[in-house]
Design a protein around this ligand. Sequence first.
Ligand SMILES: [Zn+2]
Length: 397
Amino acid sequence: MKAEILEIRGAIERDAQAILEFTRDLIAIPSENPPGKHYGDAVEALAGQLKKLGFTSQVHGDCVLSFIGDGDDRTLYLSGHYDVVPAHDTEQFVPTVRGKNLFGRGSSDMKGALAAMIYAAKAVRDSGMKLDGRIGLVFVPDEETAGPRGSRFLEREGLLGQGAVGMLTPEPTGGVVWNANRGAISLRITARGKSAHVGRQFQGVNAFEGMMRCAGLLAELKREVEVRTTAFDVQPSQARHSILLLGGHTGGGANFNAVPESCWFTVDRRINPEEDFAAERERLLSLIKLASDGRCKIEVDILQEGLPAGTPADTPLGICLATSIMRVTGAAPRFEMCPGLLETRFYAARGIPAYAYGPGLLTVSHGPNEFVPIDNLVDCASVYASTALELLGVERS
Ligand SMILES: [Zn+2]
């Protein structure tokens, strides 16, 4: 097996310029989300590149799927998203190489990784190794907003994770593997009262006081849940605690001399993989209901919801991935919990081993100076190809 992997590494290195060029093409498409712009252009570019390399692809809605290998009962999915968070300025859509780094919106999260996925599949196909199974390349939008047009669309259509033996997503993990993520329920809570002039406040209903009552109950819940810690690895150790963030965004009232008619604040509850998501959700929502009284009404808008997920490090895919990372980079990877939501959750919920590992860096993703180290693109493509061969490869045909 080792000789094949070396060959594959050589093939990917010969494609390094093509990987860089295609990443540049993708960065130049401003697929900003929100609001979810230019998805059609990204779909066209991805399907076009696959075709150019001799792969067939299927377009479902705004998603692109391509399968390499035979059969449909043993599929290793490489699934990435092509939407990007809004740019700080339009210059970010002009891909720029400086030194050994490629700058641009989406370079790190995760258009460079999409190119790496495609060229990994090409290298596996060209190796002539017969696969006991197939690689499924999946390109989705809407990851940045947990929106309906990406993985959730595929799930609804019965197209997600069919016949999967595992799933990898190339989020910018900065060298570690993420094998777990917290669940999230993010809310906006609005207290509704009745406005009145300060001198006649007895005629009003103070929404701020209603909001404080609600926030007080939630602060008690915060003290209780934030004592809980996860057994999944996450650095530093303080980051292991369950989370209830109060008032990340808040506002209300009209002026200091008027009873506020409405006041609102956000709540971001991040639930550890070991906690019961449904029970925590119910607890949170019923507590908020308690804060309503006959006069001041409390309303809740759910901004986002996502399940927690965790895959042990020692599944067959986890072992193949760790072996491949060690082979390519020379160091064994750490398996850690991701601080945010991950699309692995859609697969893990179906019992599919799912991990994130990608060429980008979390520290620069979403920022004004987003970049990806160009060498990481080649390394990452080599890791994916090696992982696919370790997991699915049988012999040279
Ligand atoms: Zn991402």
